[in-house]
Design a binder for this molecule. Sequence first.
Ligand SMILES: Cc1cc2nc3c(=O)[nH]c(=O)nc-3n(C[C@H](O)[C@H](O)[C@H](O)COP(=O)(O)OP(=O)(O)OC[C@H]3O[C@@H](n4cnc5c(N)ncnc54)[C@H](O)[C@@H]3O)c2cc1C
Length: 270
Amino acid sequence: MPQRPVYDVIVVGSGATGGWAAKVLTESGLRVILLEAGRKVDPAKEFREHTWPYELKYRGTVSQQELYKSRQPIQSKCYACDEYGHQFFVDDIDNPYTTAKGKSFDWIRGRQVGGRTIMWGRQSYRLSDYELKAASHDGYGDDWPIAYKDLEPYYEIVERFVGISGTEEKLPQLPDSVFLPAMAMTCGSNSRRSTSFAPSAPGNTARRTFGWVQLSAQGLHRSSGRSSIRPASRKVSTVCTTLERTNPLERTSAIPRRRMSSRESRSYRS
Ligand SMILES: Cc1cc2nc3c(=O)[nH]c(=O)nc-3n(C[C@H](O)[C@H](O)[C@H](O)COP(=O)(O)OP(=O)(O)OC[C@H]3O[C@@H](n4cnc5c(N)ncnc54)[C@H](O)[C@@H]3O)c2cc1C
């Protein structure tokens, strides 16, 4: 009689969290089974990043909330649930959920191997103690039981594996990652960075830099994430971001953190 395999660990879900857990556990020699509720995506056939708008049925001109209101009324509130990517978001009718009375919650979900790494924007930032210990600063919520120093070595391990492109900025509120070379800025952005956004510029409170982004370039490792090359008409995911350089503690003690409105909190979650 064939023997049923025995596993040391069952990991449920193959997103970033489950995927990484399975990787670490198998590398440590454990027998791991990873259960995934969704199907396997074939990136070569299903990713539409390189599709031109004129190749899409509605050419990206119809509002996504209008297009997908019958099956994806919640998912289509997410910016990426559009003609390019709506197929990676769940069908809200087939996947209902409940919320406490008077508390709405838009649950943006992907159900496939890779979970939401199939749709994410690849912007990759470390948390700092300004988030982890925020409650001590402004009194809202609770501090995390861990501090940035506890997380730092683990950030490094993941970043070395996935590859993060960016520039060292030495910002206390946004700790630097282990970086791959940064992408080149346009002449205009470069000029702004070295003039009005220069650390020495009088009255400067901000730094201009590229968004720190996960890239599988440099032959480091291949990821199941999205390609960085898109038609020029699509937004470029390596957005140029301005990062505040002021000490957020000074700011938050002067202006108490306000609770997010439900609309803000909805758009923040993705
Ligand atoms: C459009 C979009 C853009 C984003 N951009 C960024 C970004 O730029 N930077 C950033 O840091 N984050 C971003 N995020 C957030 C980030 O993608 C997620 O936080 C992260 O991928 C979540 O990983 P996870 O493994 O916790 O969950 P998920 O990726 O949701 O994985 C959960 C997995 O579990 C599976 N599952 C669920 N229930 C079961 C079950 N009962 N049995 C078996 N399997 C099950 C699901 O199918 C899914 O595959 C973005 C998210 C979205 C939607």
